[in-house]
Design a protein around this ligand. Sequence first.
Ligand code: CA
Length: 235
Amino acid sequence: MTTKVLIVEDEQAIRQLVDHTLSNAGFEVLQASDAEQARTMIHKPPPDIVLMDWMLPGASGIELTRALKSDKITRDIPVIMLTARGDEDDKVRGLDSGAEDYIAKPFSPREMVARIRAVLRRVSPHATEEPVAVGKLKLDPSAHRVTFNGATIDMGPTEFRLLHFFMTHQDKVYSRSRLLDRVWGTNVYIEERTVDVHIRRLRKALEPFGAEQLLQTVRGAGYRFSGVAESHAGH
Ligand code: CA
């Protein structure tokens, strides 16, 4: 799972520098030169994070960030504002628009990579390659491996992505359509009952380890993953 970064920047030289730096750091880079182009690209498939230049021709980076943050399909995509302005007031305005972080130009490539990783860890842990653990259940994205108390659990790629999402978004209820958006992407046309099929398969994979109770059905609302049930069972 390569992390996709969308850079929205009208200056080609900066886009290329960012592309070069981030590609070397193992990210997949998508480029847009204005807000219009960014709007089309954001849905197919959605990037994991957006680097947004403040000054753009047409709609500004601030306006585009506000628009993304008020749309339920794109509001969860983290945005880092890039700007030549070093002013504190501008920083506040940038963050007020809903951006998760702010980098002043000129920035070092190393700093940019570190800031992107920090925001992803905070906002979308499922988009990072870091291992996650809930009790005895462990998932390692880079090794593509799930274990329970050290024993490997076999599952398909969709169940793996679903479990990764749940393990990094515990104790919240997700409707089927929200799971489709977050795990499958916003530009895929899949029926909601497909989610149920994969939830069933995931539970079946967890069952031999007694871990299926972590994945709870919330009647009329959707699904929730919670480590609480497991700790109760253990006492
Ligand atoms: Ca610019």
